[in-house]
Design a protein around this ligand. Structure first.
Ligand SMILES: Cc1cc2nc3c(=O)[nH]c(=O)nc-3n(C[C@H](O)[C@H](O)[C@H](O)COP(=O)(O)O)c2cc1C
Length: 318
């Protein structure tokens, strides 16, 4: 056992995190699309120390994603237009799920569709598949917020009625806890949050990436082949934090906060704003140990301030 593992095991702060049907050993997760299927990070980080890993967005059919270049760095951020590259539902079920089931951590599967039927199929199939492998999927994260595909994705997440409809349909097709993942590319995030709560979501995760672009002044053309991409990383943290704060006041279900979290101080801010758990995304690309650094810093903060449980921090900024 490494020193950091020992310190997490011996801490006096209760980290157990109960999210309306989803119980996690601690409140630090990894964000979809930034942590592969967990095994990619095995040489750096023991997933057993994480609250959960969220796998890359799965679609009914395999996807190669968008043409390259599809990543561009910006000051304090990353633009991506990966376009949901993934193995597709059947390959995921046969070849990825058994390996995920063997991991000593909670697994959340992120799903993305282009139509209502896609979401129904993904939810129903994964519900069955989870049962086949010892109930290894602990929740479905419904991505109604992907900015990098032509149809579906974000379109569902920018209209309250469509958002509610997708979540209600997923609810009909699965017994698993549902996490509705919201896009920040809207005027009023609280309207969408209330809609997915009425649709039957157990939990809300926010935020996905902010639509942006970058232009190469030597070629005088957009850097990304897709022209536009989703901005993530520290640049979006203040926007994400504001949205978590607003949504906390608008709904009665727990929130998973994400968007630019790279240090434990960021995570504490999100919890004070109202997130019951936090997800680490782009920071993993810079520091594969970022989720553990965040966890250890959070524990120290709680210990120093005399909190017995990390959940005591949730919403204190209100
Ligand atoms: C390369 C990349 C791929 C992503 N893929 C997905 C995805 O498949 N599904 C999804 O819901 N979010 C996806 N996201 C969004 C992240 O999960 C997260 O919501 C967003 O990046 C904000 O968090 P961060 O600033 O900590 O990265 C992706 C982000 C990046 C950078």
């Amino acid at each position: 056992m490494t020193k950091s593992e020992q310190s997490t095991k011996q801490n006096k702060v209760c980290l157990e995190t109960k999210l309306n049907g989803l119980t996690l050993r601690n409140p630090v997760l990894t964000a979809s699309g930034t942590y592969g299927f967990g095994e990619e990070y095995a040489p750096y980080c023991s997933v057993a120390q994480l609250g959960a890993i969220t796998v890359k967005g799965i679609t009914p059919l395999p996807r190669l994603g968008n043409p390259v270049p599809r990543l561009a760095e910006t000051p304090a951020g990353l633009l991506n237009a990966v376009g949901l590259e993934n193995p597709g539902l059947e390959d995921f079920r046969k070849n990825y799920l058994p390996k995920l089931a063997a991991l000593d951590t909670a697994v959340i599967v992120n799903i993305s569709g282009f139509s209502l039927e896609d979401y129904a199929l993904l939810a129903g199939t994964l519900d069955e598949a989870s049962a086949e492998y010892g109930n290894c999927i602990k929740a479905l994260e419904v991505n109604i917020s992907c900015p990098n595909i032509q149809d579906g994705g974000m379109a569902f997440g920018t209209d309250p009625q469509s958002a509610e409809q997708v979540i209600a349909l997923v609810r009909k097709n699965t017994k698993l806890p549902i996490i509705a993942k919201l896009t920040p590319n809207v005027t009023d995030i609280t309207e969408i949050a209330k809609a997915v709560e009425s649709g039957g979501a157990n939990i809300i995760s926010l935020i996905n990436t902010l639509l942006g672009m970058s232009i190469d002044i030597s070629t005088q053309r957009p850097v990304l082949a897709n022209k536009f991409g989703g901005l993530s990383g520290p640049a979006i943290k203040p926007v994400a934090l504001r949205m978590v704060y607003q949504v906390f006041e608008a709904v009665n279900i727990p929130l998973i906060g994400m968007g630019g979290i790279s240090t434990w101080q960021d995570a504490v801010e999100f919890m004070l704003a109202g997130a019951s758990a936090v997800s680490i995304g782009t920071a993993n690309f810079v520091n594969p140990l970022a989720p553990l650094d965040v966890l250890h810093g959070l524990v120290d903060y709680c210990e120093q301030r005399g909190y017995k449980a990390s959940r005591e921090l949730v919403g204190l900024a209100h």
